[in-house]
Design a protein around this ligand. Structure first.
Ligand SMILES: Cc1ncc(COP(=O)(O)O)c(C=O)c1O
Length: 399
């Protein structure tokens, strides 16, 4: 029974989260996800905090494909894949993802969180070693915890430390060694050094797994991801990713890799075996996205132009910005309370952006994490840069 005592305990925990300034409020949007969003209070604001990199979340052709998928295949699957939940659409989507990413085979999950939770335990055991970047996404950390392999952590994007950890794993006689990294680190917009990582993997006979959630669809010349961006396609053994960001922003995740690995995941991966699969509309809409991206790189080019324009504009204002080329653009302000004040002032100016602070990022490194989309117009970008100019003066952000 839900006792009074337990209720009180939970209330106190919530109060302490709130008093530390860490309570997460959710802004309610009453229309579709886009460059501008309509809020429940009737305002329309510019949106600089979605992972809608290619602006496809409300694209009419994708919505039409999703509707057609639902008309032809119904609303839901009501089953896990191996019982009676596999559609032709799921098989087509897996095949087209494999082609797009340049991998042998692909398995879909309900989310990339599930893909990352389910990939390690199914493939690795006590004799193996996982060597993981210290800033990897929570879902990779959880997936690694669920697996019995020995764990090694290397300093963020630090190739010297990665080599040290690899040497240690070799000295301990690890059977398989797997280097695990985010392709792009989402708090900083920093791209992993995949050239350095794949070189070390070759030298120490290790496998490489990259979570490319913040890259698939737009990084690299044809948008295949960080492996294309770094010219190491064929050297990354396993890719995990999401359909919930650039690829239309619906939902769903996947693991892509060698055929036997993917087959084994179908047999053993728990989030795949014990959970319902993608709804038909989501699978059909996501397929449409991949077909659009195979035909044209226009949106990724527009995204990159927008990103450069915005980054240059911030630099000219003298603001401190992390990363160099990615549409995740964190504007550093240092103090946690200041990041909250700026986020509030921006919203008053009709611009939606979120402040991130400790413990999500290190103490003293609070920031406004802004994200650029191909859907932003030049006018939208000028508006946010004008707002930054005013904010920089109001809060003395520049010396
Ligand atoms: C790096 C990274 N990996 C995994 C995920 C989880 O993706 P999904 O939303 O498909 O569960 C996210 C989403 O925040 C992410 O940023």
């Amino acid at each position: 029974m839900y006792s009074k005592g337990f209720r009180e305990e939970l209330k106190q925990t919530l109060e302490s989260i709130e008093s530390e300034g860490l309570y997460k409020d959710e802004l309610v949007i009453v229309g579709s996800q886009s460059a501008q969003v309509r809020l429940a209070d009737g305002r329309t604001v510019l949106n600089f905090c979605a992972n809608n990199y290619l602006g496809l979340a409300d694209h009419p052709d994708i919505m039409a494909a999703a509707k057609k998928g639902m008309d032809e295949h119904g609303f839901g699957m009501a089953s896990v894949r191996f019982i009676c939940g596999t559609l032709d659409l799921h098989k087509e989507l897996e095949a087209e993802l494999s082609t797009f990413l340049g991998m042998e085979d692909t398995i879909l999950y309900a989310a990339c969180f599930d893909a990352n939770s389910g990939v390690f335990e199914a493939l690795l055991g006590t004799d193996d070693a996982i060597i993981s970047d210290q800033l990897n996404h929570a879902s990779l950390i959880d997936g690694i915890r669920l697996c019995k392999a020995a764990r090694y952590r290397y300093q963020h994007n630090d190739m010297a430390d990665l080599e040290k950890q690899l040497k240690e794993a070799v000295a301990k006689g690890a059977r398989q060694k797997v280097i695990v990294t985010d392709g792009v680190f989402s708090m900083d917009g920093v791209v992993a050094d995949l050239k350095g990582i794949t070189d070390l993997a070759e030298q120490y006979d290790a496998l490489v797994l990259v979570d490319d959630c913040h890259a698939t669809g737009f990084m690299g010349e044809s948008g295949r991801g960080t492996h294309e961006h770094h010219n190491v396609m064929g050297k990354v053994d396993i890719l995990t990713g999401t359909l919930g960001k650039a690829l239309g922003g619906g939902s769903g995740g996947y693991v892509s890799g060698p055929k036997e690995m993917i087959d084994l995941l179908r047999q053993r991966s728990r989030p795949y075996l014990f959970s319902n699969t993608l709804a038909p509309a989501v699978a059909a809409g996501s397929l449409k996205v991949l077909r659009m991206l195979e035909r044209s790189t226009y949106l990724r080019e527009r995204l990159m132009e927008n990103t450069l324009y915005y980054r240059e504009g911030l630099k000219k204002l003298g603001l401190t910005v992390r990363g160099t080329e990615h549409p995740i653009v964190p504007v550093m302000v240092g103090d946690a309370a200041l990041s909250q004040k700026i986020s509030k002032r921006m919203l008053e100016k009709g611009i939606f952006m979120v402040g991130f602070f400790y413990p999500v990022v290190p103490k003293g490194e609070a920031r406004l994490r802004t994200q650029i989309s191909a859907a932003h117009s030049r006018n939208d970008l000028d508006q946010v840069l004008d707002a930054w100019k005013e904010i920089a003066e109001e809060f003395n952000l520049v010396d």
